[in-house]
Design a protein around this ligand. Structure first.
Ligand SMILES: [Zn+2]
Length: 331
């Protein structure tokens, strides 16, 4: 069984640092003889003379053999055009859709003789939910659900007298729910009906795609937010009214000439944004100027050219390795 890449990586990175450290300049505390010996053992190539450049500002680099990079999960992608989304992460609440809730009431007053449905039961339109003895005719009659749905509330008790129009049950059709999303401040100015939105169920991370149907007039007074409303199909029945959801509203997508995943970015010691450009098994730090960004991608306005190979996964490992190389050189 192979150890995991993470476990293998540490000694490997130390080795890489050692390789990088034994360049053209003597290593601190080591004699020239040792340095030369190390160089001979590791078989330095012709390109080694540019190794000294590692001391120059802006040219921080390291060497990572392909198999080590692969085992460490370092991944590379060619830089190219991309899209940057104007997107908003917001919170929302599921509610039953209006017009899909029914109050089940007694037509004639009288004592409730039997109850035939419980909270949570799925019922059909026309199904009898209770039996009431009419005070007028002294005969029993069934009270039926006017719609198909789920029993949300039951206020009826056997033996109690149901008044005319007293709500006995509340039945809701939950096959479609409203998602009310809270939009704050100026965001309401450019979030409009028709915009796509992705809803995430917090309990298990299940996702549903939908579209904003309307922005409600007025402001929700408690939260001082504007409500943007969408509908979602409740296919699996696990979207529950009252549950909180997360939503990503994608207002716009801008095409940009160059973009990298945010996972490609690191900060150098001076706090500049950098990426790591691979040439062969050399990884060179490159300062970049950034433009627009979203949760996944960042526009690069300067510092990279299309087609250059950039580290897009485990970039922090490359940073750490360059840091070790640099530390080994400081003397
Ligand atoms: Zn926006």
């Amino acid at each position: 069984m192979n150890p995991s890449p993470a476990i293998r990586l540490l000694p490997v990175l130390l080795l890489v640092a050692a390789l990088a450290a034994c360049g053209g300049k003597p290593v601190a505390g080591g004699s020239r003889g040792e340095t030369a010996k190390a160089g001979g053992e590791h078989g330095h190539e012709a390109g080694e003379d540019e190794h000294g450049d590692g001391h120059d500002e802006g040219a921080a680099a390291t060497t990572i053999p392909d198999d080590v990079a692969t085992a460490s999960g370092i991944r590379i992608a060619a830089v190219g055009a991309g899209t940057i989304a104007d997107e908003h992460e917001v919170q929302g609440l599921l509610t039953p859709a209006e017009g899909r809730i029914a109050q089940v009431t007694a037509r004639f007053p009288g004592p409730i003789r039997a109850l035939r449905a419980n909270i949570g039961d799925q019922v059909r339109a026309g199904q009898a939910l209770a039996t009431i003895e009419s005070n007028l005719s002294l005969t029993t009659y069934p009270v039926a659900s006017p719609i198909s749905g789920v029993v949300l509330q039951r206020s009826a008790v056997v033996g109690a007298v149901a008044g005319e129009g007293t709500p006995l049950f509340e039945v809701a059709d939950l096959s479609t729910l409203w998602v009310d999303l809270h939009i704050f401040g100026n965001d309401a100015g450019h979030i409009t009906a028709g915009i796509p939105v992705t809803i995430t169920r917090i309990s298990d991370g299940v996702v549903a795609e939908t579209t904003l149907e309307r922005i409600l007039p007025g402001t929700a007074t408690a939260s001082q937010s504007t409500i943007a409303r969408a509908s979602i199909a409740n296919g699996d029945g696990l979207w529950r009214p009252g549950a909180a959801v997360r939503a990503r509203i994608v207002v716009d997508q801008a095409d940009v000439a160059l973009a990298v995943p945010v996972s490609a970015l690191q900060l150098d010691e001076g706090g500049r944004d950098v990426v790591y450009v691979r040439e062969g098994d050399r990884y060179r730090e490159r300062a970049v100027t950034l433009g627009r960004r979203d949760g996944r991608r960042v526009e690069v306005t300067a510092g990279l050219e299309a087609g250059e190979n950039v580290v897009i996964a485990q970039s922090f490992l490359v940073k750490a390795d360059i840091g070790k190389s640099a530390a080994a050189h400081e003397h």
